[in-house]
Ligand binder design. Sequence first.
Ligand code: PEP
Ligand code: MG
Length: 607
Amino acid sequence: MADSAEATQEQRIEGIAVSPGIARGRVRLSVDTLVAPLSWYVGSKAVEREKLRFREALGRTREQIRNMQEELEEGGSSREHASIFDAHLLVLEDAAVIDEVIRLLETEHRNVDRVYYEVIQHYITSLRRIPDPYLRERAIDIEDVARRVLRNLIPVPIADETEEEVRDHDQLILVAHDLVPSDTVTIDRERVKGFATEVGSATSHAAILARSLNVPAVVGLHGLRKVVENGDDLLLDGYSGLAIVRPSVATLAEYDQFKARESEILKGLETLRDEETRTADGRRIILSANIEFTHEIPQIQKQGAEGVGLYRTEFFYLNEEDLRSERRQARNYAQAARAVNPHGVIIRTLDIGGDKIWPELFDEPEPNPFLGLRGIRVSLESPKLFKTQLRAVLRASAEGKVRLMYPFVSSLEELRRANELLEEARQELREKDVPFDEEMEVGVMIEIPSAVLLADELAREVDFFSIGTNDLIQYTIAVDRVNERVAGLYQPYHPAIIRFLKTVVEAAHRNGIWVGVCGEAAADLLFTPIFVGLEIDELSVGAVQLLRVRRAVSRLDTEECKAFMEDLLKVSTTAEVEAKCISVAEAKYPELASAAVKGGKGTEAEA
Ligand code: PEP
Ligand code: MG
């Protein structure tokens, strides 16, 4: 450990790891606020000049966005990643914004930069009021585009005070309150080795791009900008979601070792890319990936996914209306199904509600959104909407391996009603001679305790289960998964969870259906011995964890893990469960276990 002077200097802040890897560099604070331009009066004649300035700035911005897209594609990123900027072009060309700016210019006679700023601020403020991560992300896109337009309207270079302190350093970590996609693309990639932000989520576009560019990134580092200055030494741990400001000599030595091990491990994992996932004794487990957008597909293919075990489809509903059409959805689902082999894609029907608020349905805030109108409840309340999605999934089933899955099922009645509507959707397609797979498998997510206890009954009426541990943990322990104040109580290794997992898997197998896990626990290497011991059939994880899970499974023996499970079921505290899991992971895949342990809990003991 460091001596006391060093220990007081070093400061650790925990956040959310969104792009793995370790990076060290000098802090480069990003100037990332949308600054209000001054307002002044323009005479009637000057209004036309202001309109022209606006059009020119829009044109220049369009060109810059297209250039960024090309640069990204030329740099080896997929077309799909570059297409994030398609959304920016849509924002830029949004007729409602342009018309409003023109109207205000004509009625208020003020300078166009100020008018544009106010119109955009109005949009951003209303989007930010909606407690929905997807819509908040759209606010970031709008802000990104607006900054660019304003820079083109006021072509005075903003003095960059940062450059002085960091000029002589070639390893930088970009620190920002939030990052916008163009920051992640236009940064000096030679020098910027990592991204650290105070807010953000794993599904933010900036996080997606950081993963695509393979740059370590940590978000949710609250208060980071208060404790760093330009040029400070910063170590970023994209595995455990840690920012270590002014790391001590001991910490640096520890991370040097970790990095050396990491590159060895990554090299070793590459060889598993085209292999099947099998336990040491040869038992097959399907290893699939979770996606939210089809543009993630190239990445999961690159990491050797055998299928998509969870396609979250909320995106269609939280974005533009025309994405929701039956044909648009069908085309998108078919594209996903064709791309991932051999297991195809499991499409989960709309799981809106909880923290994913869709303003069109939720005009009044609910007192307890996670216990409110969510998942299958929304679909059953809106059969027209639900059947559009069901027909889209059915249409896609004619073109590739597609399975359908219902989220948030809490009773047999809900499942039966959903299946009735599915039958109606099938009938409607038959009447129009639209082809679909009559044998398409239908499953339910097991993520509510009542579904666990009804697992036998549910299993008799579906083709598969997928356990949603993210919600199962929240509803079993009664701890809100998005409430930071109770984050410490959100305990995946709680003995009740282990027992529930056993109940579900046994019920599935007793009734002759297969069962997978698509919650975050599927990617947690401390859980892998549990899943092998339960003889799980499928695991579906984030792209970056695929090969690690494949390796961990390959080192485990089914019989040994079954005995381990027996042992685990006798344990009655979270700490004991966790300690036992750590000891298996450290014995069987020590090179991966250190990252797993780090990833799970940070390194409080050392802090
Ligand atoms: C889950 O609950 O574990 C799950 C995979 O679904 P979501 O995280 O989308 O609720
Ligand atoms: Mg869930």
